[in-house]
Every structure is written in structure tokens, then in C-alpha cells.
Design a protein around this ligand. Sequence first.
Ligand code: KIV
Ligand code: ZN
Length: 396
Amino acid sequence: MKEKVLIFDTTLRDGEQSPGASLNLQEKVEIARQLEKLNVDIIEAGFPASSPLQFEAVRHVGDESGKIVAALCRAMENDIKSAHDALRNARYPRIHTFISTSDIHIMGKFGHERYGKTLAEKQRSILKMAVDAVRYAKTFTDDIEFSAEDAGRTDPAYLAEIIEAVIEAGATTVNIPDTTGYTWPSEFGKKIADLKQRVTNIDQAVISVHCHNDLGLAVANTLSSIENGARQAECSINGIGERAGNASLEEIVMGLKVRSDLHDFYTDIVTEEIYNTSRMVSSFTGLIIQPNKAIVGDNAFAHESGIHQDGMLKNRQTYEVMTPESVGVPQTTIVLGRHSGKHGLQARLSSLGYKVTGEELEKVYERFLSVADKKKEIYDDDLRVLMGDELNKPLE
Ligand code: KIV
Ligand code: ZN
């Protein structure tokens, strides 16, 4: 039996926290509509208590979305109330409350004596705040997510204790964030397996993960946690988010889809909408996508080397593990440059209407290489000029 992994998209919340990114209300609403087309399970629309714009954005998205809409809030009454107010007309509201649980966060962020003097005393206060927050949020809606911030660096016994207590208080999703992107895939996977062992009521909640990419391991950590029992993946389009970003939605989803031979998980993402969503998020946030970005970068389906182009022309599977169409990219691109071979050049010329074979092709290829040595990429217009020089007319 295949098991579903829920996709929780946090582009509009953590993603928008990316340095340099900011979205206006209209842009947020449009992205949320596109996320619906992509068919994510949960849209985290923002952090209502953090600003009036955030509040309004959550309200608008909640008002019109047919998906679960989550609002983030600290484990504090005012924040929780604000999340509830912003979501009051949402069809499927989720209150997502969080508090820090690692020693380093507790000592750094809860240094005041009112939380206790020793680490152990502070841990007690935080556990109580977490439970109180979940109980209070539960008075507004049934769908409550609790996040143990910096769970990646949290003591396993304390993490298990707080997770058990918030489930007891009514949390229906328990999120284990690797807030600082510090863990390794094997380590993070074991953390999830360990929680499943230690937390006696874990079956009453969905285990979620939220991995940051500080060491470039966010997607790997997410996949490892899914193998070990997580059933909700928090992620963002193009992997945008705080610092080095969040796990990228498109990489998790395609990782699961392309390697379905390795496991029994699936998502309900309409993968053909990935590319449109990615472009929309990039253009609205102003965060450009690196060309070699997996799945959605300009070069993700571009082939330049002669050997690769030749292989691709014979059978696309030689160098592509998924089709561009499967993620909504219009087509594979054969990029002509100095690494290209004769077959790639011949195929492109043929698509432009030039039939070149034998000796003619040798001559054209020589000229092509001398131009390619001076230019990074050879465009179709360059080829037309080159062919005009060489043969003076395209064949009918
Ligand atoms: O990275 C993090 O820990 C978060 C939580 C608020 C879920 O973004
Ligand atoms: Zn985060």
C-alpha cells in the first residue's frame, strides 16, 4: 500500500523571509492560487502577528483557498489570537505554533530568570508554554501544528517529552525542524525513528519535518526523514527561505516521483505545474534561479557536450532521468557551444531547415568551432549567418 506524503508549502511564510524577497498582497494571493493548481496540501500563508500586511495576506488567502491554510504564531496568546483572527473565514484553518527547544536556543532566547535559573528549569517553563499554547489554539480549531524550533539540535529525551505533551494537549501535527540546517541525513532520519520509539502517543499526530539548507542537505534530510516515518514535508518553491533557504518543493517531489522504485510514498502534486510556479515565485520575489538549479534551472534540461547531445538525439533517457514536460518545462534544449559535436549541430541545422551532410558538414563544423571558441553559446541566428556564409541559402 502506497503512503501519501503531505506537502506543506511555506513559500509565503518562510520563503518570504528570504533576504531580499518581499511580496505585496496581490502577489501573495496570486502565488497562493498557483499553489492550489500545483495541488499542495497545506499553504502556510504567513505570520499574522508579525505585521499588518502579513495579517491581511493570511486573511485573503484563507478567505479564498480551498486548501488547508496555516498561520504561524509564537507560543503566546496574542500571537495565537491573531492567527485565529486572520484565519477566521478560512475553510480549513490550521494554527501553527512554535517554541524553541534546543539548549542553545533556550539559554540564548529565554535567558530571563522568569523562565527559571537553570537549563532544567527553563525546559520545564518551555514545556508548559508549549502545552498551554496548544490548548489555547485548540479552542479555535481542531487542526493544530506544533513546531519544536531547532529540533535538529535538541536533546532527544527532551524533544520526545515535549512532543508527547503537545500531542496529549491536542496537536495533530508535530513538526521537527532542522532550523539551522545542521544535521546529516542519516542523523536526521534516526531522530525521526527515535521519536517514533520514544513518544508513546505518536500515532495520534502526523510527523512533519522542516529542513533548512545551510549545509545543502535540506532535501536529503527531508527524504531521509520520510523513510523513517515523517509524513509531512515542509518546503518552498525554488527552496527559498531564511539564509540558505528551505528544502525545495520541486526537488522533494521529483525525488520521490522519479525514484518511486525505491519506496512506497507518493504526493498529490501536479508536477506539470512546477515550472510555472517556480517562474512566478522568482519573478514576484526578484530572487533569480541559479542556472544549474535542479528541476527548474535554465540548464536543468540543457545539454551542451557533444557526447551528451549525441546520446540525447538517440534516446533521451541516456542523459535525462525525467522529461522536461513532466515538470512543465517546454522542452529539452540542446545548447550549442564549443563542447558540442557534429550530430548536435546537424540536428539543430536540420530543425532550422538546413540539410547538411558529409563533407559540407565537416566544413560547417570547422567554422562553427571557430565561432564557438569566441562565444559562450551559439544561437540560431548565429547559425543562420554561418550557413549564409557557407552555403548561401537554406534548402527547401
Ligand atoms: O525553521 C524553523 O524552525 C521554522 C519554524 C518556525 C517552523 O521556520
Ligand atoms: Zn524555517
